[in-house]
Design a binder for this molecule. Structure first.
Ligand code: CTP
Ligand code: CA
Length: 218
């Protein structure tokens, strides 16, 4: 972006980073979502920018402003995110850090559901798996990086996601302690790649930089 030519291992590379939660509206005043703050995704976007990448941040509703020197696109639902990522899918590097909702209401009421009458039952459908779609449509030379958030069997489940979704790298994120996961400023992650398994711990910004250094500077 801008006139300066960037330097670093990602100079000239287009990087798409997704961050934050998605919202799946039930009616105009209610939605299904998750506690993602977007901090880890933003940390990844900043690290990619600082390594010279030309970054587009596609983010759901978050409280923190998008960092400078990158394009920012706001989305709401998983379907919106999927459309935007498909548009950007020729990028050199795609990092799926968004906490994507797995289920969405089958129907979206256009007027508010009133509480008189009996409590409604929600019929849900699966959302598209964006990372799997990217894995199926991977461009030559493209690097695909996903996350995996797990409460148990972190490495096993994350490794299985790497294979199944055809991602080059998975950043396994435990939410087992209060210094990791949703909303915190710190994190502990394990980077999984082809014969790579390395754990990093610290502020999200530091962890993000270490992960990208490991992937792109060695
Ligand atoms: N992901 C995605 N599209 C979805 C759900 C998840 O692209 N509909 C991506 C996330 O952004 C993340 C990775 O897939 O990079 C793993 O997300 P996670 O929630 O850990 O795994 P799921 O495949 O959704 O499986 P589950 O939640 O059942 O563990
Ligand atoms: Ca999920």
């Amino acid at each position: 972006l801008g006139q300066q030519r960037s330097v670093g291992p990602l100079a000239g590379k287009k990087v798409v980073v997704t961050a934050g939660p998605t919202r799946e509206f039930i009616d105009p005043v209610r939605y299904i979502s998750n506690p993602s703050s977007g901090k880890m995704g933003i940390a990844m976007a900043e690290a990619a920018r600082d390594l010279g990448g030309e970054v587009t941040l596609v983010h759901g509703p978050i409280q923190i402003p998008a960092p400078n020197k990158m394009n920012a696109i706001q989305i709401t639902s998983t379907d919106d995110l999927f459309k935007e990522v498909q548009k950007q899918s020729s990028a050199d590097i795609i990092i799926m850090a968004a906490a994507v909702a797995d289920f969405t209401p089958e129907t979206h009421a256009t007027s508010k559901i009133k509480k008189n009458g009996k409590a409604p039952s929600l019929k849900l459908r699966r959302t598209p798996d964006i990372l799997s779609w990217l894995g199926e449509h991977k461009k030559k030379g493209q690097t695909l990086i996903g996350f995996a958030m797990e409460t148990e069997k972190l490495i096993e489940h994350a490794g299985e996601k790497r294979t199944r979704k055809k991602a080059d790298w998975i950043i396994a994120n435990s939410i087992a302690d209060d210094k990791s996961g949703f909303g915190t400023d710190t994190n502990t992650v394990t980077l999984l790649g082809d014969a790579v398994q390395e754990t990093y711990s610290g502020p999200k910004k530091v962890v993000a930089r270490k992960v990208l250094d490991r992937i792109f500077s060695s």
